[in-house]
Design a protein around this ligand. Structure first.
Ligand code: FAD
Length: 292
């Protein structure tokens, strides 16, 4: 795999659609998307989202060697924030009009990405680093050959990825999933041909630790079907992700190498802070996701 697996794209907002209490789908189009190649499943991309007083802030450089320094050198009040999101769906390729859906969680803190989505209207433009080949390392869901059951945990930020995974699973694949959301109306329909046993957990107020503990109670009490080679995909708030992984490995004897776990966000920390920690080697479960 080479750096050419990822490149910059220019994304124009085509329309938005409210999906549930906390979810807003933003559909993007634009000529550059002709070269966009989502690998499906939990394919992620890095979005550059302009500040509130701008409909678009072009990056000074999209050259693979110079973009990062040029982006960092922009004045704070003009610099777009870089955030990781999931390609919920790509429609069309090549010469067809290509559209890409990204499902944003509108969360309570007035944070840059969530706020950008809340004010997005057709005509707004952003940039992204996204996949130019379908086989790329930003698809993390990779069950090994011989996997006979899937275990999934996702909170609302990882629900778009979980939904895309479920949609692609073959008929009859055995899945046990726990999906945690902030509001009853966030229990979205999740089409799948898999044999999926989904438990929705609607989060209650409380500290991070209390929230994780309540979730773990539900996971602990679940009956897991017998399986020789289960594969677990665990994504969401970092603290909960670590706790679910620990439970699966220590209490359910899932092979630790068969657990793909990713912290999608962390209570009390912005994505800049997570990236800074990851680059400094302090947060092994948080992978820096800007790929160029
Ligand atoms: C690979 C990957 C894929 C992702 N896919 C998606 C996706 O498809 N949809 C999606 O909505 N998110 C997704 N995320 C998560 C998203 O990148 C983070 O939630 C991000 O922090 C949002 O940026 P922000 O500017 O809104 O908040 P930030 O500025 O990063 O954070 C500001 C504050 O808000 C808090 N915060 C961040 N996210 C949430 C949240 N969801 N609920 C409550 N508080 C929060 C932080 O703890 C912090 O205190 C993904 C993350 C990764 C790593």
């Amino acid at each position: 795999m080479t750096v050419a697996d990822f490149r910059f794209f220019t994304l124009d907002v085509v329309r938005t659609l409210r999906l549930g209490h906390s979810f807003l789908r933003v559909t993007f189009g634009g000529r550059s998307l002709a070269d966009f190649r989502s690998g499906g499943y939990d394919q992620s991309l890095s979005l550059f989202l302009p500040p509130p007083h701008r409909d678009h802030t072009p990056l000074p450089s999209t050259d693979e060697d110079t973009w990062f320094a040029a982006w960092r050198a922009m004045p704070d009040e003009e610099r777009p924030v870089m955030r990781s999101y999931t390609v919920r769906e790509q429609r069309g390729t090549g010469t067809d009009a290509v559209e890409v859906d990204v499902d944003f969680v509108l969360h309570a803190s007035a944070s840059p990405a969530s706020s950008w989505a809340g004010r997005a209207v057709p005509g707004h433009r952003i940039q992204a680093i996204g996949p130019a080949v379908a086989q790329n390392k930003s698809v993390r869901f990779r069950p090994p050959a011989g996997t006979d059951a899937l275990l999934m945990y996702a909170d609302e930020t990882a629900l778009p990825a979980a939904a895309a995974i479920l949609e692609r699973l073959p008929e009859g694949r055995q899945v046990t999933a726990w999906f945690e959301v902030p509001h009853p109306d966030d229990r979205l329909a999740l089409p799948t041909r898999a044999d999926a046993d989904i438990t929705w957990v609607v989060r209650e107020d409380g500290t991070g630790r209390e929230r994780t503990e309540r979730l773990l109670e539900v996971v602990r009490s679940a009956h897991l079907p017998a399986a020789e080679a289960p594969y677990a995909w665990v994504a969401g708030e970092s603290g909960t992700v670590r706790a679910v992984r620990r439970h699966l490995v220590k209490e359910r004897s899932v092979d630790r190498r068969a657990v793909r776990f990713t912290g999608y966000w962390r209570l009390g920390a912005s994505e800049e802070e997570l990236l800074a920690q990851a680059y400094a080697g302090q947060a092994p479960s948080e992978e820096p996701t800007a790929e160029l």
